[in-house]
Design a protein around this ligand. Structure first.
Ligand code: HEM
Length: 410
């Protein structure tokens, strides 16, 4: 069943749509989540027909049960939308085990802790270059000047794409995320996203062919040699993996870094603490991913009739697992609205949970830690200004796209 086919009937008394994330720094949305977690923790969204799952325990249960909550959303789309066979196209996020396990192990091999650790000096140099470019200005835009360009440059380096193409890559990512909530739906949305991604795929194809001819020490060259079940990956698979990493690792990391700086400036005690003791930065990164997860929800498709949190959900329904609500569930987190960089047992679901747990989490953590460390070192003075904040308006991403701050050497 397609989302717009799902009956738009209200199964809950309160059919008030959720307030937008961007207004009031998300406070109204969190107030709405809190009330809904108490009264209707699992309910069908009257606007889209998808089932919203808002409590932490239910989000974890569904994330761990991939047999019931499938990631193969394309199975619900009609053939003419052209979204079949995620496997043949290497679309890792859209496949279930056992095929998912095989492909993930293979990408993981080419993308492991050692690769990430080896990237640290390059990340440090990239951050310094970005900060050099704005040093001397009275103000910087944390999102546009640092958080947004950094991950593209890092992933391009990892894949083996030319540094000079970073603006092209940013432009494509921007187009893919420029769809605003409610603007398009169903087939129109699926096709518009595919069209926006077509140029990027053609570009990646060209570079993959170069690597086939002349391998180097990069991800595309390693994937060209990799085998699953004794078979080489196809060009289509490798190219789609490249796209997934570029899109999945870009704005997510950018938003998370900007959110962390945003929260530190709202919480001067925490800012002073991380300035005095940079060893606190990794825990601050985790707290920020809990507090403001860049991926606010993950979609699944029920494979059979089931029940979650005492609510019956039929087969063939879209289910939206809300990390943004689960990470603020008072049943799991003490005083969840407090931004606490010393929070114990911070088992948030900001990087997902289960077999699809974020493959890029070690890279994201490393990038954010290095960038924040350098930003604090470079600017002893870092303050909010009256400049307007801009948020992503795309429902699949939550965070700032423009965040001006005043900087100084003290
Ligand atoms: C702070 C930044 C990031 C956040 C908040 C984030 C969040 C997530 C989440 C929530 C999922 C699970 C989606 C689901 O269950 O359907 C996921 C999966 C994934 N992420 Fe990230 N991500 C981040 C950075 C990155 C980076 C830097 C990369 C790579 C360059 C990356 C690559 C992936 C991939 C490949 C998957 C799919 C894993 C699978 O399906 O097995 N992510 N991410």
């Amino acid at each position: 069943m397609r989302p717009e086919q799902a009956q738009a009937k209200t199964t809950v008394g309160n059919s008030t749509p959720a307030p937008p994330y961007s207004e009031d720094d998300g406070k109204a949305l969190q107030d709405w989540f809190r009330a809904m977690r108490d009264e209707h923790p699992v309910h069908q969204d009257p606007a889209t027909g998808a089932w919203l799952v808002l409590r932490y325990a239910d989000v974890v249960t569904a994330s761990l049960d991939h047999a019931t909550y499938s990631s193969e959303l394309w199975r619900a789309y009609p053939a003419e939308w052209g979204k079949g066979d995620a496997w043949g196209q290497g679309r890792l996020t859209e496949m279930d085990p056992p095929r998912h396990r095989l492909l993930r192990a293979l990408i993981g091999k080419a993308f492991n802790q050692r690769t990430v650790a080896g990237l640290a000096p390059e990340i440090e140099a990239t951050v310094e270059r970005l900060l050099d470019a704005v040093d001397g200005n009275a103000g910087i835009d944390v999102a546009r000047d640092l958080a947004d360009p950094l991950p593209v440059m890092v992933i391009a380096e990892l894949i083996g794409l030319p540094f000079e193409d970073r603006e092209l890559l940013r432009g494509w990512a921007d187009r893919l995320l420029s769809f605003e909530a409610g603007e398009l739906a169903g087939e129109e949305l699926v096709k518009a996203i595919d069209a926006a991604g077509a140029e990027l795929l053609a570009y990646l194809r060209e570079h993959y062919r170069l690597r086939l001819k002349a391998p180097k020490d990069d991800l595309f060259s390693r994937l060209a040699q990799a085998e699953v079940d004794g078979e080489r990956l196809t060009e289509e698979e490798v190219v789609n993996i490249g796209k997934l990493l570029l899109i999945g690792g870009h704005v997510t990391t950018a938003c998370s870094l900007a959110s962390l700086v945003f929260e530190l400036l709202r919480h001067p005690d925490a800012l002073t603490a991380v300035r005095q003791d940079p060893d606190l930065i990794p825990a601050a990164v985790e707290e920020s991913v809990r507090y403001r997860p860049a991926v606010p929800n993950s979609l699944r498709l029920t494979t059979h009739d089931t029940e979650l949190g005492g609510v019956a959900i039929p087969a063939g329904q879209f289910v939206s697992l809300s990390a943004l609500s689960a990470n603020h569930d008072e049943r799991q987190f003490e005083d969840p609205e407090r931004f606490d960089i010393r929070r114990p047992h911070n088992q948030h679901v900001g990087f997902g949970q289960g077999v699809h747990y974020c493959l890029g989490a070690p890279l994201a953590r490393t990038e954010i830690r290095i960038a924040l460390t350098a930003l604090l070192r470079r600017f002893p003075v870092l303050e909010r200004t009256d400049g307007p904040l801009q948020y992503y308006r795309n429902p699949s991403i939550a965070g700032l796209r423009s965040f001006p701050v005043a900087v100084g050497r003290g």
